[in-house]
Design a protein around this ligand. Structure first.
Ligand code: HEC
Length: 198
């Protein structure tokens, strides 16, 4: 037996052992533990749940989708967890928002819906931005654009006009509040220096 042949046999034996024992041999295309298929009810990862069920309409990362942004700190400051839970579980009649809870014919468990609600809050809300502002109580705006003239045609609830009005109001009032606060501080300083003089 030549030395070359011996080396070849040795390589084949080592490869065969590695393949048979499966040790550290990762076949191309073989899913890793993280990638393996899971039954839908087993999924407990926010990103996977959101990407598979919501991103198509509400956008990757909750923004720039066809449906309203969920990654919106003002919306998240305004909406209650319960209202989000309700919308996800039961859907929004009159819009494309489907019902996701198993009770309503969807395929998400209550725990998964909870995970979505808490996940959106922890990732996308910025409560500090709104801590000095008293926001109105969350409610779905029931007045569609055509209501009044022909309420039979469009009775779908919409929150966007309300949120838009709220955003516009904040844009107006915020600088006023800021200026007022600065002026109060100035008046306060002047009063204090006057007190020192007299
Ligand atoms: C087929 C498209 C579609 C899919 C998929 C979808 N949504 Fe929606 N969603 C909508 C539409 C349309 C609305 C109503 C938007 C509005 O009122 O402006 C909505 C509304 C909502 C609201 C209520 C907003 C409010 O008025 O306060 C929440 C919360 C929400 N969706 C979360 C989700 C989550 C979480 C998922 C994934 C589990 C999801 N949506 C999947 C289309 C969709």
């Amino acid at each position: 037996m030549t030395a070359k042949l011996q080396i070849r046999i040795a390589i084949v034996v080592v490869l065969a052992i590695a393949l048979l024992t499966g040790c550290s041999v990762h076949l191309p295309g073989q899913p890793s533990e993280a990638e393996r298929w899971r039954a839908p009810a087993e999924i407990s990862d926010f990103n996977q749940l959101y990407t598979q069920n919501c991103a198509g309409c509400h956008g990757v990362d909750g923004r720039l989708g066809a449906a309203s942004s969920l990654n919106d700190p003002l919306y998240l400051a305004f909406v209650t967890d319960d209202a989000m839970r309700q919308a996800i579980s039961k859907g929004r009649i009159g819009t494309n928002m489907p019902a996701f809870s198993e009770q309503a014919g969807g395929h998400l468990t209550d725990q998964q819906i909870e995970l979505l609600v808490t996940g959106m809050r922890s990732r996308w809300s910025k409560p500090d931005e709104f801590k000095d502002i008293e926001l109105p109580r969350y409610s779905v705006d029931e007045t569609g654009p055509t209501s009044g003239s022909s309420p039979m045609i469009d009775k779908s609830p919409r929150r966007l006009p309300k949120l838009r009005r709220l955003r516009a109001a904040l844009r107006l009032t915020r600088p006023i509040v800021r200026v007022a606060t600065e002026q109060m501080a100035m008046a306060d300083r002047q009063a204090r220096s006057l007190i020192r003089i007299f």
